[in-house]
Design a protein around this ligand. Structure first.
Ligand code: ADP
Ligand code: ASP
Ligand code: MG
Length: 445
């Protein structure tokens, strides 16, 4: 069994949907195809949810109309058989009515999480019917019936595997299954989602649950690039990445992969291959447990970081100080990304400011706190990074950029740098120049 995931960027137009159909046609393996929503649709749903929060009925109806029309236009371009077309159009109306029904409920975060899942529901029904209609038989699997994650960070793969296998055993065998990415059920049994970009994560969770042979992530670019192509020119696809390199790049902002994508497959060693829907012959990036080359491979950036600087009140001993501070982050379940310490001061970063006020109130009892909002972590990634003959060039950016923190050592595959978000793009470009464009001899160990 193979898992193929297609992102919104591959599913946004009739032309692209035909490209996806051709890719499936050319692949004879038995497979599960995980689909996102059409490009832009999750954003539309987020906007609808915002109107629900504001109780603006007029806006909700207007935006639902736009959402409906966007799907109907695609259906009319894809399906010419009237009976099939009517069936799918009715489905779009049912979903629109469902969202309208939900919009009458009291707004909560849970309701928001549910509303934004309907793009995947719409796209998969549309795409499955389209394939059927042109003679590619397939079976639609409903993600909420098996994607029962207890926590998003740590999904219960065994439970998902049991559910999915029993569903597959109870229906006629097919060469092609289609399912929704992004959608899950949480520990309360409510429909929820795996957070923005979560269809990549759905694909690897499903791959792990079924011990798939390979997971392919099809997107609008020919692999994981060595820097963020949205900000930097002349980036190129990295042919091979180890799991830990890919995890670091994803966690630290390479948008092409959801931050958690690699986690489910690391221990069971399933290759993840990134492929380009618009250029299927391009080799893409192969992510596996192998390291083909050591040294610097790529750079990524994660935004919305808050720096927290803490100076100890004199009464605490060095070891007490660290313990007491980390206990506070544990209490508020807030992950620390970077940290540097002396015996009397700590500087650390968090990416989730939800509990920041509580955290600061607690820390105030132990030390003097200074907050540094609007920071970005720039992460330079590559196995044995320090042995790369070019790695010293990372520090040349100190001549140009005001760097707030540098971290290396907890793992040998990355060096992280904290900069003000205003300096992010300059830092990415400068690092690109120093590490990839003006490189001297690369070390190959
Ligand atoms: P999909 O809809 O297929 O999930 P995404 O928009 O989530 O696609 O991810 C693909 C986009 O990620 C690319 O178009 C590119 O602009 C952006 N991106 C950011 N960093 C990287 C990187 N290091 N390598 C490749 N693409 C990247
Ligand atoms: N449709 C969802 C989003 O836009 C999930 C995904 O694209 O992976 O975030
Ligand atoms: Mg994505």
């Amino acid at each position: 069994m193979k898992i193929l995931k297609f992102g919104g960027t591959s599913l946004g137009t009739i032309e692209n949907l035909y490209k996806v159909k051709n890719i499936l046609d050319n692949d004879t393996d038995q497979k599960i195809v995980v689909c996102s929503a059409m490009s832009g649709v999750t954003n539309q749903l987020i906007s609808i949810s915002e109107s629900v929060r504001l109780k603006n009925k007029e806006d909700i109806e207007l935006k639902l109309g736009e959402l409906r029309n966007k799907h109907i236009d695609i259906i009319r371009g894809l399906i010419d058989d009237h009976t099939v077309r009517n069936k799918v159009e009715n489905f779009v109306d049912e979903v629109s009515n469902k969202i309208l029904e939900l919009s009458y409920l009291e707004y909560t975060e849970d309701l928001h999480s549910r509303i934004i899942t309907y793009g995947e529901t719409l796209l998969t029904q549309m795409f499955s019917s389209f394939l059927d209609h042109i003679g590619i038989s397939n079976v639609l699997l409903i993600a909420e019936e098996f994607m029962w994650v207890d926590t998003i960070e740590n999904p219960n793969i065994k439970k998902i595997s049991k559910r999915l296998e029993s569903i597959l055993a109870s229906i006629p065998k097919s060469q092609l299954y289609i399912t929704q990415g992004f959608i899950c059920k949480n520990a309360n049994g409510d429909i929820d989602n795996l957070r923005r970009g979560g269809s990549d994560y759905s694909a690897t969770i499903i791959g792990a649950a079924l011990a798939a042979r390979e997971i392919e992530i099809w997107t609008d670019i020919d692999g994981v690039h060595n820097n963020d192509p949205r900000y930097v020119d002349a980036t190129y696809s990295i042919p091979y990445l180890s799991y830990s390199e890919a995890s670091k790049l994803a966690y630290f902002g390479a948008k092409v992969l959801h931050p958690q994508t690699i986690v489910p497959v690391i221990d069971i060693d399933i290759p993840v291959v990134l492929k380009d829907t618009t250029n299927p012959d391009a080799a893409g990036t192969i992510i596996s447990n192998k390291t083909y080359r050591q040294g610097v491979k790529g750079v990524s950036a994660k935004d919305d970081i808050t720096g927290i600087s803490i100076k100890s009140k004199k009464i605490l001993k060095g070891y007490d100080f660290l313990t007491s501070i980390f206990e506070i982050f544990n209490k508020y379940q807030t992950t620390i990304d970077m940290v540097t310490t002396t015996e009397k001061s700590i500087f650390l970063t968090i990416d989730n400011p939800n509990k920041l006020i509580d955290i600061v109130n607690d820390i105030n009892r132990l030390g003097e706190v200074t907050l540094m909002p609007h920071q970005s972590i720039i992460c330079i990634v590559g196995e044995s990074i320090i042995q790369d003959k070019n790695s010293h060039r990372i520090f040349e950016i100190l001549n140009h950029i005001s760097v707030k923190m540098i971290s290396y050592g907890s793992s040998t595959n990355n060096i992280s740098i904290l900069v003000d978000s205003r300096d992010k793009i300059d830092t990415l470009r400068l690092l690109h120049k120093k590490l990839f464009l003006e490189q001297s001899e690369m070390v190959v160990l």
